[in-house]
Design a protein around this ligand. Structure first.
Ligand code: UD1
Length: 364
């Protein structure tokens, strides 16, 4: 059997591919791990391979940063050569980053079966680059592996054939559950000089950090909340770059109780998250991980492609209005955060269900 090519490119991809590769290896199914190099800093990439016990990528494309067109096009040119050389029996892409789109497009044009893990999610906000990536990827993939029922509903509404859709659950939660005990045992409070109660902050969406007035509004909310809680803020490179450009970095740094750090590795990050009182974020993955951990999450966005974290989980959408962020933040810190339940199939066994579907489809 020709190998299955597993594609990773950016930070949120690694924890989704790790359990799938492990399951393929367990079943002796040949696979190639390909890293596009969309993220390349050690703390955005290599540390995840170490923390997740992943093998080094078999193929590294070294694409790096660039405009959307440049990044996507460079991945496509390089990935086409890989596919022509290795003739994969299938390509597996995850999530919604530019590498996901680029590799699914190449596979479709070469008539190689492509499976999309995390299919069907929709924010219905086409200003988000990820929304375009999701819509195009889902429209050309042969196997659509959804994390929750809303994904199936969205795809069916878009006219996708039902036989392509498989609700397998959330594979990122496999990684979370596999690593939670080790993470919890890390002495994260002393490493980051935190007192017992703190909130974890992450921001990186262009709509929040590439716009000075939106970014300033979010900082005002953190300033206001600093009377109630300390913060740890592992800062994404994009966010640091924009904070420096807008001369906002010093203002963030001088918020009382604020600790800005470099982006954290996987184990340290889930340790920080699991011990926090509250998470303030614009990340997609954190909305899901906080739901799985039962930690209140305020999502600093106007919409979410992960509605199940709101209908069932601990997530609340707060937008970027400082008053609303402060009000819901204070409620959560007083113990009135949103309670939640764990969505169906967020049980740590998603990779098994995914590989069952892949094997069956390759056999067809
Ligand atoms: C990308 C994904 C986003 C995902 C996020 C997680 C797309 C369109 N966006 O956004 O969906 O939530 O990853 O992090 O694919 N940079 C570094 N070092 C790195 C990587 C990036 O310094 O290792 C800096 C560069 O200045 C780069 C900027 O960050 O220009 C943005 O990187 P990019 O990959 O374009 O998008 P992200 O904002 O990381």
């Amino acid at each position: 059997m020709n190998p299955i090519v597993l594609v990773v490119g950016a930070r949120p991809n690694f924890m989704k591919i790790a359990p799938i590769q492990e399951e393929l290896d367990l079943r002796g199914i040949p696979n190639i791990l390909l890293h596009t190099g969309q993220h390349y800093d050690d703390n955005m990439s290599r540390v995840f391979f170490d923390d997740l016990n992943m093998k080094k990528p078999d193929i590294y494309l070294g694409i790096g940063s660039g405009s959307h067109a440049t990044q996507t096009a460079k991945v496509m040119v390089e990935f086409e050569q890989v596919c022509l050389e290795h003739k994969p029996s299938m390509v597996v892409v995850v999530g919604d980053v530019n590498s996901t789109l680029a590799c699914s497009l190449v596979s479709a044009k070469l008539n190689i079966k492509c499976a999309h893990v995390e299919a069907g999610l929709r924010s219905f906000d086409r200003k988000m680059p990820e929304e375009i990536n999701r819509i195009v990827t889902d429209s050309i993939c042969d196997i659509l592996l959804t994390p929750s029922d809303d994904g199936d509903e969205n795809l069916l509404k878009e006219g996708v054939d039902e036989y392509k859709i498989h609700m397998v659950g959330n594979v990122m939660i496999d990684s979370l559950l596999n690593n939670l005990d080790i993470a919890k045992n890390l002495d994260i409070l002393s490493k980051y000089s935190l007192s017992k109660d703190y909130a974890l902050v992450t921001l990186h969406r262009p709509s929040n950090v590439d716009d000075k007035s939106v970014f300033s509004d979010i900082i005002s909310a953190l300033e206001e909340l600093s009377g109630d809680i300390e913060f740890v803020f592992p800062m994404h490179p994009r966010t640091r770059k924009m904070a420096e450009k807008f001369h906002l970095y010093n203002r963030i740094e001088s918020i009382p109780g604020m600790k800005i750090t470099e982006p954290a590795g996987y184990l340290e990050f889930i340790s920080l998250m699991s011990k926090s009182e509250l998470v303030l974020t614009d990340s997609g993955g954190l909305q899901e991980e906080t739901t799985a951990l039962g930690i209140p999450c305020l999502t600093i966005r106007e919409n979410t492609e992960r509605p199940v974290t709101i209908t069932q989980g601990t997530n609340q959408l707060v937008g970027t209005n400082p008053e609303k962020i402060v009000q819901l933040g204070q409620e959560a810190l007083q113990g009135n955060g949103k309670a939640g339940q764990i969505p169906k199939f967020w049980d740590g066994k998603t990779a098994t269900r995914i590989v069952d579907v892949l094997v069956q489809t390759i056999g067809d």
